[in-house]
Every structure is written in structure tokens, then in C-alpha cells.
Design a protein around this ligand. Structure first.
Ligand code: HEC
Ligand code: HEC
Length: 194
């Protein structure tokens, strides 16, 4: 069956309408939905779908619960939030473990070197203490280095506008960022290669 044929079935399964299937089959179908957008390797495909390969289990689980609770909105791809809302706690745990076990590799997207240099300085001043400088910092702070630019830009715009739940210590820094600062940071993180 091609992807288009499978999609309605997967939507039904994830919505819990197909209850006669064994739990393991339903779980595989849910994972397949995630993979449709985030990729088999967890590295996504388009600009706004984040790389989730290697994302630590805690950050992954917190993200899914935040989508469930409305602390995070899926402004551009509402299906992401709709899917999260259907997950059981067991599914959250096993999906987070599945993607945490996949190796991270940076998106290797193009970047502007002048902007990246400006972003490096802003990162050093405001973010490095938690997120690291030239190398990623605490893994429990999510993936910034090598993350997809489109997703990071959107995330930072939401943080700056106070539209996405964040740590108070981070909020102080992000709400002070201008649109130019955000663009510089996005280019700095995009410059990461490993
Ligand atoms: C229709 C495409 C789509 C599907 C299906 C999808 N995602 Fe996503 N995912 C996205 C997009 C787009 C974002 C960014 C959303 C935002 O925050 O605005 C995202 C964000 C995430 C994040 C946050 C990453 C971070 O660094 O904070 C996690 C975790 C995640 N998805 C896991 C999953 C899992 C697990 C599944 C399957 C249950 C899934 N996604 C299904 C598109 C999708
Ligand atoms: C006090 C520590 C701290 C500081 C300072 C901080 N952050 Fe964070 N940040 C975190 C933690 C912890 C997370 C993961 C938990 C969460 O999503 O709230 C995070 C998450 C993020 C995310 C989401 C990652 C993802 O996977 O979606 C982005 C983007 C981000 N921070 C950018 C920044 C930027 C840019 C700065 C500087 C202007 C900054 N942060 C300063 C601790 C910090």
C-alpha cells in the first residue's frame, strides 16, 4: 500500500477507532505516522520538522506532554499536536526511547557566515551556559546545534513572543531577542557540523 492509502488508516488507528488490532500493531502504526514526517532516521525532511533523532527521552516526553497540555502549539503543522493528544503515557515513553536511540546528525543546511558570527556572540552571551558554545551543551536542553533552521526560527519567534512555555531563566534571555538576533542565532546553530 502506498503512503496515501495508508494515511487514513493510520489516522483512524491513532485516533483509537481501530480497537480490534493487537496493541503492538497499533503501536507500530503510530510510530509509522511519526516517521512519515520525522523520517525513519528521525532527521525529518522539510525545514519546519525538527530533527528528533538523539533527542533525550526527558526532553522528548516533555515536548509531547506540552503539546497535549497546550503549552506548545503547532502553529504550522496542527497534525503534530493532534497526534500528541491521542498518545497514552506508555506510547509517549516508548516513542521517546525509540527516537533517543537513533544517532543524531546535523541538518547541514546552508548558512550565512556573517550572521553565524553574530549569532555565535549572542549565543555565548545569553545561551551557552545551558546550550553550549561551539559544541552542544547539556543534552537535556534539546537540540539546537545542527537543528533545522525553519524549526528553530519558529521556536525562537514563539519564545520571544512568550507563546511557548520555557524556563524562567531562558525566558529572560529570549524575550529580549530582536528579529535580527533570532536570524543570527538560527544561522549560528545551522553552522554546526560534526
Ligand atoms: C504531520 C507531520 C508530523 C507528524 C505526523 C509528527 N510530527 Fe512531530 N513535529 C512535527 C512538526 C512540524 C514539529 C514542530 C512543531 C512545533 O512545535 O511547532 C514537530 C515537533 C515534534 C517534537 C518536538 C521536538 C523538540 O525538539 O522539541 C517531538 C518530540 C515530536 N515532534 C515527536 C513526534 C512523534 C513521537 C510523533 C508520532 C507520534 C510525531 N512527532 C508526529 C511534525 C510531525
Ligand atoms: C538556564 C538555562 C537556559 C538558558 C540560559 C537558555 N536555555 Fe534554551 N533551553 C533550556 C532547556 C533546559 C531547554 C529544554 C527544555 C524546554 O524545552 O523547555 C531549552 C530549550 C530551548 C529550545 C527548544 C529546543 C527544542 O528541542 O525545541 C530552544 C530553541 C532554545 N532553548 C533556545 C535558547 C536560546 C537561543 C537561548 C539564549 C538566547 C537559550 N535557549 C537560553 C535551557 C536554557
Amino acid at each position: 500500500m502506498n503512503k496515501q492509502g495508508l494515511l487514513p488508516l493510520l489516522l483512524l488507528a491513532s485516533a483509537g477507532f481501530i480497537t480490534l488490532l493487537p496493541a503492538s500493531v497499533a503501536a507500530d502504526m503510530t510510530l509509522q505516522m511519526c516517521i512519515n514526517c520525522h523520517g525513519q532516521d528521525g532527521r525529518g525532511g522539510d525545514a519546519i520538522t525538527p530533527i528528533i533523532a538523539g533527542l533525550t527521552e526527558v526532553v522528548h516526553e516533555d515536548a509531547l506532554y506540552a503539546y497535549m497540555d497546550g503549552d506548545r502549539t503547532c502553529a504550522l503543522v496542527p497534525i503534530m499536536c493532534k497526534m500528541a493528544q491521542k498518545l497514552s503515557e506508555d506510547q509517549v515513553v516508548s516513542l521517546a526511547a525509540h527516537f533517543a536511540a537513533l544517532p543524531f546528525a546535523p541538518a547541514n543546511e546552508e548558512f550565512d557566515t556573517t550572521l553565524a558570527d553574530q549569532g555565535k556572540a549572542i549565543n555565548e552571551r545569553d545561551c551557552a551556559i545551558c546550550h553550549g558554545g561551539d559544541e552542544p551543551g547539556d543534552p537535556e536542553s534539546g537540540i539546537l546545534h545542527g537543528q533545522r533552521k525553519g524549526y528553530l526560527r519558529l521556536a525562537l519567534q514563539q519564545y520571544a513572543a512568550g507563546e511557548r512555555k520555557q524556563l524562567p531563566a531562558m525566558q529572560k534571555k529570549t524575550t529580549a531577542l530582536s528579529a535580527d538576533d533570532i536570524e543570527a542565532l538560527v544561522n549560528f546553530y545551522a553552522s554546526f557540523r560534526n
